[in-house]
Structures are given as C-alpha cells and as structure tokens.
Ligand binder design. Structure first.
Ligand SMILES: *[C@@H]1O[C@H](CO)[C@@H](O)[C@H](O)[C@H]1NC(C)=O
Length: 124
C-alpha cells in the first residue's frame, strides 16, 4: 500500500475512536421526551453552553446512560448543578428525567429550578 493510504486509514481510525468516546444526551423542549429535541455531545468534563434555541427551554432529558449535570447559569456556577444519572442519591439528584418538580434549595433558602432554566451542561 502507498504510504499516503496507510496514513489516511490511520487518521480515519483515530477519528472513529474519538467519536466513539464522545458522550451524548438529548434535551427536549417538552416533558416526557416529546417533540423538539437536540442531541448534545462532549468528550470532556468542561462546561458547555446549551445551543441558544434550547437555552431556558428544555423540560426533559435522555441521558443515554451518562451522568449529566445541568446548570441554570451559563458558566456552570458551582453548587447549582442538577444531577441526572441512574441510581442517583443526594439532594441534587433529579429522580425523573422530566424537569418539573426538580429543585435545589440553596443554603440561603433560595430555591433553584431547572425546568425551562438550563443554560449549560457538564458530562460528569
Ligand atoms: C427529535 O427530533 C427529530 C428531528 O430533529 C425528530 O425526527 C424526532 O421525531 C424528534 N423526537 C421526538 C421524540 O419527537
């Protein structure tokens, strides 16, 4: 095989490996995974903003078995993470994949909601 072919095959395989590692989840504008939805990806654990159209609009999520943190702030403010994952335990866990009724009571007593409020995410 010519060298360039070998190189191209190598590049292609590396690309596939990277794609396979990317974690994905889907946000829905409506509860119960209905209608308008957007699948988001990340291959790191950094803060990503939700695409403009879906910001402050999502009402349910499909995690694809991943651990997802959603934040009502654009910069993933510490202490304001809503946790979506299987077998989640703790006060920040959203037990249903629908956002309604999921809230965090902060130390100062203020209540944060995530329904129609999520603006950023982290794959945990
Ligand atoms: C999610 O969006 C796609 C188009 O982007 C659509 O075909 C699909 O039906 C939507 N899913 C649901 C559950 O409505």
């Amino acid at each position: 095989m010519p060298k360039t072919t070998v190189l191209l095959v190598l590049i292609f395989c590396c690309h596939l490996a990277v794609l396979a590692e990317r974690k994905r989840f889907t946000l829905y504008v409506n509860p119960h995974h209905r209608d308008l939805n957007e699948t988001l990806y990340a291959d790191d654990h950094h803060c990503h903003t939700i695409p403009y159209f879906y910001r402050r609009r999502a009402s349910s999520i499909r995690t694809n078995g991943n651990c997802i943190l959603l934040f009502p702030s654009l910069d993933c403010k510490k202490g304001e993470e809503f946790v979506f994952k299987k077998h989640c335990h703790g006060s920040r866990c959203c037990s249903k994949m629908d956002f309604a009724g999921c809230e965090i009571v902060k130390e100062d007593g203020t209540v944060l909601k995530i329904d129609d409020a999520a603006q950023a995410y982290v794959i945990c």
